[in-house]
Design a binder for this molecule. Sequence first.
Ligand SMILES: O=C([O-])CC(=O)C(=O)O
Ligand SMILES: [Mg+2]
Length: 230
Amino acid sequence: MSNAGFRIFKKVNRPDKDLIEQFKGLPVANIADEMNRFSCVDARIKRVNSTPLLGPALTVKARIGDNMMFHKALDLAQPGDVIVVDVQGDLVNSLTGEIMMRQALKKGLAGIVIDGAVRDVEALQVMDMAIYAAGVTPKGPFKDGPGEINVPVSCGGVVVNPGDILVGDADGIVVIRPQDAPVIAKKARAKQAKEQDTFKAIEAGTLDRSMYSDEVFLKKGCEIIDDYYK
Ligand SMILES: O=C([O-])CC(=O)C(=O)O
Ligand SMILES: [Mg+2]
């Protein structure tokens, strides 16, 4: 363990499948709200296709422009894993493309998240495996290393530890520590149900808007003027 920057930890402490499944179908926004609006990968990282993302992280810290460690991670990954690649947001070289992603799909991985670029994007767009990236460029990667596998990484401004649960939809991705997951899943499920009630109240015209009454604004010191802006 003395070669920081060029080392591979082969083992990942993956959470139980039952725990991961508790997040299935939950909107990422509802989950993030129940994490006090933290822990979301930033908006630079967008989905390449519409396959939902759900699974435990296998992490890669890649050298900029180099995907040797990412290739090794493909071999270490197990079905259902999400490979998270930290390449510090670099968009000069793509770190993956159709050949690698076909291998990931064949292995039954749940998805790939790259804080960096991809290529062969038309093939990735129709793949039945979640892929998220910060950009697209045809300029390919080198394969020399160094880098690390299964250490904490940074992805879209969020720390991702090996084994953390990633949930992604059209809005983006949220990262959950497994020890926090049971409570968050329960709260997010309740939040989702509450939003359904809100939608019904909107349709019925019965939604309570009293928290936006003039009185509330006046109490905050807001000036309310019954005239045109001149
Ligand atoms: O050359 C690479 O390693 C990336 C790539 O385009 C592919 O996997 O198809
Ligand atoms: Mg390619």
